[in-house]
Design a binder for this molecule. Structure first.
Ligand code: URA
Length: 460
């Protein structure tokens, strides 16, 4: 154990040194660090140093489990009526570009009779955050007390909220510091961050969408599989039924990236439309949840149930109820959820300047690299440079072509919404380089979902 300080508790510099040098932290040491983070007695520089030590040296499953428990216990545990116990489900993503799945899946699951108490995150690195997207809707409040969450679930069947002083406060602090200290891509830190939020929710079943590819936290499928196994394994140690879906993240999910535009695309999906890759992923993740939670006999039937809620308007109804319950004025919520995209014009933030780029040659769209697109949007104000920075919700981009499609030279392929005056030559060049054309025949892209790692209780 590290040397105690004069007050008898472990000294933070000693703990940092121990982890920096590859040591294994004891339970009391991890708990003392997390307690200091929560109480504000550990300085930000020390938090950053400890996060970097963990990023570089890793943690074993036992340390990760203790870190998860300590983060979860830094705030209150949610309590639900006994009748809801088997209905509590959630989905979480490790983060991608254009990933607006939670906005659609939470109300779709609610429309299937589930209760979804989603504690979500903000943008991390170049990836977008569900809370930031929802805050693009005027009036939407992600700060909700445990008591309010219960009311929200009664009214809408789902809610999407953030960490607060009451809910996993220590994860909120670590999350913001990781974002600006290059410590996002740490397997134990991601595992503890995700599962601490979910442990507090007292779930019956959780599915984590673990992304891999150039624009994911972990580009390689092997590394993403390790993360998926850690999430499933630590979940089991915590008594949580967790499955992990390995899904691709090379091209953006759907056609829109950027907060306001992603909400608009989510609404189109909730109306039964939207891009096929987005709808398919929602159906697969939701179908797995319904199946694993015993609410559908097979994954395919679960996926069909989710698809039906998008087609029959019931998911959209739950979304509208969630908006109203979380602070959006009723007339705005109604206008967002009952109008056409044209009628919604002006209701969601859209930047005043639109610029389209054209294809330089003909070919088949092989890939639209999400990473440079996200990096350019970040620089245009859609992401944070410092923890707590405000975001431009109106900045974004719309893809006008899809992967697998044949295009001729001079076809407009991307529309960028920004605050002017014009895109810089470097932005234009990086955006153009994101489009990869090939000489092959047009094709139908493979579905995003590549592997589903089941909880131990579901394995034969
Ligand atoms: N989502 C989280 O909540 N935490 C992470 O570290 C990554 C994605």
């Amino acid at each position: 154990m590290a040397a105690p300080d004069r007050t008898g508790s472990a000294s933070i510099p000693e703990l940092i040194r121990k982890k920096r040098d590859g040591g294994r932290l004891e339970e009391v040491e991890i708990r003392s660090f997390v307690q200091g983070v929560t109480e504000g007695t550990v300085q930000e520089a020390q938090i950053g140093a400890m996060l970097m030590a963990i990023r570089l040296q890793g943690m074993d499953l036992g340390e990760t489990e203790i870190l998860t428990r300590a983060l979860a216990e830094s705030g209150q545990q949610l309590q639900w009526p006994e009748a809801w116990r088997r209905l509590m489900v959630d989905k979480h993503s490790t983060g991608g570009v254009g990933d607006k799945v939670s906005l659609i899946l939470a109300p779709a699951l609610a429309a299937c009779g589930c209760k979804v108490p989603m504690i979500s995150g903000r943008g991390l690195g170049h990836t977008g955050g569900t809370l930031d997207k929802l805050e693009a809707i005027p009036g939407f409040s992600v700060v909700q007390s445990p008591e309010q969450m219960r009311e929200l679930l009664e009214q809408a069947g789902c809610c999407i909220v953030g960490q607060s002083q009451e809910l996993v406060p220590a994860d909120g602090i670590l999350y913001a510091i990781r974002d600006v200290t290059a410590t996002v891509d740490s397997l134990p830190l991601i595992t503890a961050s995700i599962l601490s939020k979910k442990a507090v929710e007292q779930l019956s079943t959780l599915v984590v969408d673990v992304k891999f590819g150039e624009a994911a936290i972990f580009p390689s499928q092997e590394r993403a599989r390790e993360l998926a196994q850690a999430l499933v394994g630590v979940g089991a140690r915590l008594g949580l039924r967790v499955a992990a879906a390995l899904t691709t993240m090379d091209s953006p999910l759907g056609c829109c990236v950027g907060h306001g535009l992603e909400v608009e695309e989510a609404l189109r999906c909730l109306e039964g439309g939207g891009p096929p890759d987005l709808r398919d992923l929602i159906a697969q993740l939701g179908g797995s949840l319904l199946w694993l939670n015993g609410q559908a006999p097979t994954l395919a039937q679960g996926a069909a149930q989710i698809g039906a809620t998008l087609d029959n308007g019931s998911a959209l109804g739950q979304f509208q109820a969630m908006l109203e319950a979380q602070g959006v004025a009723s007339d705005l919520a109604r206008a967002l959820c009952s109008g056409s995209p044209a009628q919604r014009q002006g209701l969601l933030p859209t930047a005043p300047t639109k610029e389209e780029l054209k294809t330089a040659s003909e070919g088949t769209v092989e890939k639209i690299r999400a990473l440079p697109l996200a990096q350019v949007l970040h620089e245009l104000g859609a992401g944070r440079k410092r923890a707590g920075d405000p975001l431009h919700f109106d900045v974004g981009l719309e893809l006008l072509v899809s992967v697998g499609q044949r295009v001729s030279a001079g076809t407009p392929w991307i529309r960028v919404y920004h605050r002017g005056p014009g895109l810089s030559p470097s932005h234009r060049q990086r955006l153009q380089e994101a489009l990869r054309l090939s000489g092959r025949e047009p094709f139908v892209p493979d579905p995003c979902l590549r592997e589903l790692i089941l909880p131990p209780s579901m394995k034969g």
